[in-house]
Design a protein around this ligand. Structure first.
Ligand code: PFF
Length: 464
């Protein structure tokens, strides 16, 4: 290839961008509400185990495949599988990844757009009025969802911001955005955690999260925790592979992967502490846990001192987290067009971004007329909520786990022990016992766990 591949400017650049991809609506929205539905404690423990047994090894594998091949997901499998059993067919895994990126971004951006609406509401002072009446908040949200023009408008705005950043490339666009957005995001969250410490519900929240009661745990809950570990860590579709392809050889893959997984997990737990402390401070009935973020939280924010400021900060936090994730989704699709179709970056981002924006309109308007809200089950819960729910169901329950399984199998069984070892030790030094442990996890444990998710989806046993 004539052109030098872009690189992150430093170790921190990769870690911030990749953590930015991982930390998103999955952490701030989905994790708290599935934790709520699964009664906290034991579910949180299973989730931590899933991150350790499935998340970390696959994260290492994806980054390894990216840095070794210096390619987008399709190119990576083409190069690395050459001469191996299955040969060219492995490219299909890359294609599935690019397709998944396209699909997820199309509906993720719709939800991300809602955060802009809420920032505007908070800043203009309108949220204060609405949030004084839980019923008014509910009906506001319902009307907002069923207004196609508003849905399209905010979706376009969010896609515009995403395209605008990815357009400028790895260093000047993605890394620069992450270097600004991630510290702001972390500071806001730390401020909110400190704030929640003084709320009366803090103790209850900690007990709810950290006192496991295994009799409350269901098989569905275990599978849900496993499935969520893919979504939240951006695994199974080549996002980490793509970001890994821009990583410098002198940086350590295992250390970076561990840091990213730890950051993502920490943020998810912190988000739970903030939300549950606030919610448990009041005798509040959560009617629909999947809409906590947009209906219950605003109401509780305004029961507390500084409601306007806290809510504005909170929605800025969610918007920033979502933005660093949408950037990575678009980068997967763009890097494919750049490497494989030979397009220039500007053309790739604008064309692919526009295509995703237009496709996303289907999701944006599919929420219309959904007056009861009962079908809105973001991320992998239901296949009944129109285009939005169907795409999400397909991506979260099928594409990501299947992609993750194939990535684990390829790395564990086909890439070769020596190639993996060499790449993982490059920039890290000898791995000692950690290498055989990782090999075991990626060859046996992770595929077995992911296989269980897939079988359960096939049997329809996952979610009632
Ligand atoms: N990890 C993101 C979240 O938790 O919101 C979502 C995501 C981003 C999934 C990028 C996949 C991806 F490639």
């Amino acid at each position: 290839m004539a052109q030098e591949r872009s690189q992150w400017t430093g170790r921190l650049g990769f870690i911030l961008a990749a953590s930015g991809s991982a930390i998103g609506l999955g952490n701030l929205w989905k994790f708290p509400y599935i934790t709520y539905e699964n009664n906290g404690g034991a579910f949180v423990l299973v989730y931590l185990a899933a991150i350790a047994v499935v998340g970390v090894p696959i994260m290492v594998a994806e980054v390894l495949l990216g840095r070794r091949s210096q390619k987008n997901p399709v190119g990576a499998f083409r190069v690395l599988a050459a001469g191996k059993p299955g040969g060219k067919w492995w490219q299909a895994v890359g294609f599935l990844g690019v397709l998944t990126g396209f699909v997820i971004l199309s509906y993720y951006s719709v939800v991300a757009g809602w955060t802009i609406r809420y920032i505007l509401l908070a800043v203009s002072g309108k949220l204060a009025g609405l949030a004084h009446h839980p019923a008014a908040m509910q009906s506001f949200f319902g009307e907002f969802l069923s207004n196609p023009w508003q849905q399209i408008f905010f979706h376009c705005l969010f896609m515009g911001a995403t395209i605008g950043i990815v357009y400028f490339g790895v260093g000047r666009g993605i890394e620069r955005a992450a270097r600004f957005l991630m510290p702001v995001l972390l500071s806001i969250l730390v401020m909110l955690v400190v704030y929640s410490f003084w709320t009366p519900g803090f103790g209850d929240a900690m007990r709810f999260l950290f006192r496991p009661n295994f009799s409350e745990l269901t098989t569905g809950g275990v599978l849900e925790a496993l499935g969520h570990s893919f979504f939240t860590l951006s695994l199974g579709m080549g996002a980490m592979l793509t970001y890994g392809s821009y990583m410098r050889k002198r940086d350590s893959i295992p250390r970076a992967a561990l840091t990213i997984c730890a950051m993502d997990t920490m943020i998810a737990i912190m988000a739970c502490i903030v939300m549950f402390s606030i919610i448990f401070s009041f005798d509040f009935e959560v009617t629909k846990s999947s809409t906590i973020l947009f209906t219950t939280l605003p109401v509780v924010f305004f029961q507390l001192p500084g409601g306007s400021a806290v809510s504005a900060l909170f929605y800025v936090l969610v918007a920033f987290a979502a933005l660093t994730s949408t950037i990575s989704l678009l980068e997967v699709v763009s890097s494919y067009a750049i490497d494989e179709l030979g397009w220039r970056r500007q053309r790739a981002t604008l064309t692919m971004g526009a295509a995703i924006l237009v496709f996303g309109i289907l999701s944006a308007v599919s929420l219309g007329g959904n007056a009861t809200l009962s079908d809105i089950n973001f991320i992998g819960r239901s296949s009944t909520a129109g285009v939005f729910g169907t795409l999400d169901y397909l991506a979260s329950n099928w594409f990501l786990p299947v992609g993750g399984l194939l990535i684990a199998l390829f790395t564990g069984w086909f890439l070769g022990r020596e190639a993996s070892k060499e790449e993982l030790e490059e920039g890290n030094g000898p791995l000692g016992w950690a290498f055989p442990l990782w090999r075991f996890l990626i060859r046996i444990a992770a595929p077995a766990a992911v296989g269980a998710i897939i079988v359960s989806v096939i049997l329809g046993a996952e979610y009632q």
